[in-house]
Design a protein around this ligand. Structure first.
Ligand code: UDP
Length: 366
């Protein structure tokens, strides 16, 4: 008999398992995939740590979370400075003085502010009702058309006028010459890859791979006093209130016989006509000097049952459906729903670590 059955060996499940094991609890972690780590999983190819499920760049403002992660791996000083390609033009991201110079040939923050103000005013939007209006009222027409519209519409598979405004609030804008994508105080990539961290988190904990909880839930449920479920909350409840909407991705990995393909870890392709949103060149996360390189093209895809769900689509309709599942979850005794899929929230890694540590504290006190 286990104290906890943890469904999902991703970052949430692994941090929670680690903490509860430290507290003397007996945990079993199961995962339907054939490896641990969930989407932070990295594997080695050509002596390069490949982010199998897309770029994972750790960043946080939370000192405790940063120190926690650093107790399992050394982090390098990688700073995310993606570039954007729009047709034959190249721009720095996030929107900053370099971008404004590339876009309009201007040099000073004053000039940039004036152009953006003029463009924003020309749109005459008083209350942005969707992502397009939100973007236009933040950055104006030029940046929206070249760097946001196409990328966003292919990423989400919807018109920008049909998307909620909050998504774009993730995109920072600043009037200094700085290409650092994140505002957070701490940032880096774990030397040796994320899988190593998860291995260390799960050291001494029993893990069963290729194990699908939902296919055998009665049997599994009997094995533990409590369950932590990090899978899809709607699937857990057999889609009783209908499907929540997710966005899926397809990753196409390729080994290339060159030591440097694109000169940057992350390159976004912001025009709609290019079917992928970005190309990751993994070696640059760790300043690699290997003779070959591994790149990954990221294609957004429609999610349907059976596909991997990567992003929740937190618009009003889905949040309403989620609220119903949340209520069912609250009545589901002995089961905790957690993580990006269990809570249907667009969490980053640092949020996940924080949530798992908080939950572990609550459980230890219970
Ligand atoms: N985005 C955009 N252009 C870009 C990059 C991002 O318009 O070049 C928008 C897009 O709507 C995306 C959102 O910003 O969904 C958040 O992007 P980010 O790369 O921060 O999210 P991630 O996919 O890495 O979680």
């Amino acid at each position: 008999m286990y104290d906890y059955l943890i469904v999902g060996a991703g970052l949430y499940g692994s941090v929670f398992a680690h903490e509860m094991k430290k507290a003397g609890k007996k945990c079993l972690v199961i995962d339907k995939r054939s490896h641990i780590g969930g989407n932070v999983y990295t594997r080695e190819a050509e002596d390069i740590n490949v982010h199998e499920y897309g770029a994972h760049i750790f960043h946080t403002d939370n000192k405790a979370v940063w120190e926690y992660m650093n107790s399992f791996a050394d982090f390098n000083r990688f700073t995310n400075e993606p570039i954007a390609i729009y047709r034959d033009e190249i721009y720095n991201l996030p929107f900053n003085m370099n971008t404004f110079h590339q876009m309009w040939g201007i040099r000073t923050p004053e000039e940039a502010r004036r152009i953006i103000k003029e463009q924003v005013e020309a749109e005459r939007i008083s209350e942005p009702k969707n992502l397009e209006e939100q973007a236009l009222s933040l950055v104006g027409r030029d940046i929206y058309e070249k760097l946001i519209k196409g990328y966003t519409e292919k990423q989400w598979g919807k018109k920008a006028t049909e998307l909620p405004a909050f998504i774009i609030k993730r995109l920072p804008m600043r009037f200094i010459y700085s290409n650092n994508y994140f505002n957070d105080r701490y940032q880096g990539i774990p030397v040796g890859g994320y899988t190593r961290i998860v291995e260390r988190l799960l050291e001494g904990t029993e893990v069963i791979l290729n194990a699908d909880f939902l296919k055998d839930r009665e049997q599994y449920s009997k094995s533990a006093k409590k369950i932590v479920f990090t899978g899809m909350i709607d699937e857990y409840f057999n889609y009783e209130h209908g499907e929540l909407e997710y966005r899926s991705l397809r990753f196409q990995h390729e080994v290339l016989d060159t030591d440097n393909y694109q000169g940057s870890a992350v390159v976004n392709y912001t025009e709609y006509e290019v079917p992928y949103t970005r190309i990751i060149e993994h070696k640059h996360f760790e300043f690699g000097t290997q003779p070959k390189t591994v790149i990954t093209r990221e294609y957004p895809e429609k999610w349907e049952q059976g596909c991997e769900p990567y992003y929740p689509v937190n618009d009003a309709r889905n949040n309403e459906i989620y609220a119903k599942y949340r209520q069912m979850a609250d009545n589901e005794k002995g089961v905790l729903f957690a993580g990006r899929l269990g809570e249907y929230r667009y969490y980053d890694m640092h949020h996940i670590v924080q949530r798992a540590l908080e939950m572990a504290v609550l459980e230890k006190e219970a």
